[in-house]
Design a protein. Structure first.
Length: 206
């Protein structure tokens, strides 16, 4: 438990990465596979990922991200994509698994599918579901990365339309964040953690 708490408290949004150090593809794969155990409504896992590692593609991505240098210096940039149609596209795989594992009886499958799909019919509700669950996945990536000795920085500063065009992302999909990942520049020192609201400021127990 102490080690888990240590990782959570150690996580910082690093703005200076070591451009000379690469994170192996195998390690990125492992981090993403572990992170994909993150929770999601009805286990629909509405996230998709594009990992931008190529040097020239990172240069283009940097421009799309309003010239944030960390985009180019990080070993990779994990583009998190929320699929607002996941309720329709993923439901059969999920329910087939539930039947196979004994979570539900085969005769309950049709009714449950109709219930799940109904929850994704309204566009704003589908948007919230997809973005919320993809954000949970993103947070898990950052904690898991720390467990492997890596640093991350979640970014919301980018031109989403240009990003979609660059990566051929369909219009019904949303990009809640990009997570830069890599090793900290050893020549730079972190400042103390910035102000955090106290328990009394953000919690009400009723």
């Amino acid at each position: 438990m102490k080690e888990c708490l240590k990782l959570i408290k150690e996580r910082r949004s690093i703005t200076f990465f070591d451009p000379s150090r690469e994170v192996p593809d195998e390690l990125i794969r492992e981090i993403l596979e572990v992170s994909a155990t993150a929770p999601s409504g009805y286990n629909l896992q509405p996230w998709e990922v594009i990992v931008v590692k190529d040097r020239e593609k990172k240069r283009i991505l940097k421009e799309i991200c309003y010239n944030q240098q960390k985009v180019e210096d990080a070993s990779a940039n994990i583009v998190l994509i929320a699929n607002t149609r996941a309720g329709f596209e993923h439901v059969d795989k999920v329910l087939d698994s539930w039947v196979e594992l004994g979570y539900i009886k085969p005769e309950s499958r049709g009714q449950l599918k109709a219930q799940i799909v109904a929850g994704w019919q309204e566009p704003q509700r589908a948007f919230r579901k997809a973005v919320r669950d993809t954000a949970l996945f993103g947070m898990t990536i950052m904690i898991v990365a720390r467990a492997y000795g890596l640093e991350t920085h979640p970014m919301e500063g980018y031109d989403e339309q240009k990003l979609k065009e660059f990566l051929n992302i369909e219009e019904h999909k949303v990009v809640p964040m990009i997570v830069a990942i890599g090793y900290k520049d050893p020549s730079k020192e972190l400042l103390p953690r910035a102000y955090r609201f106290s328990f009394e400021e953000f919690v009400k127990i009723i």
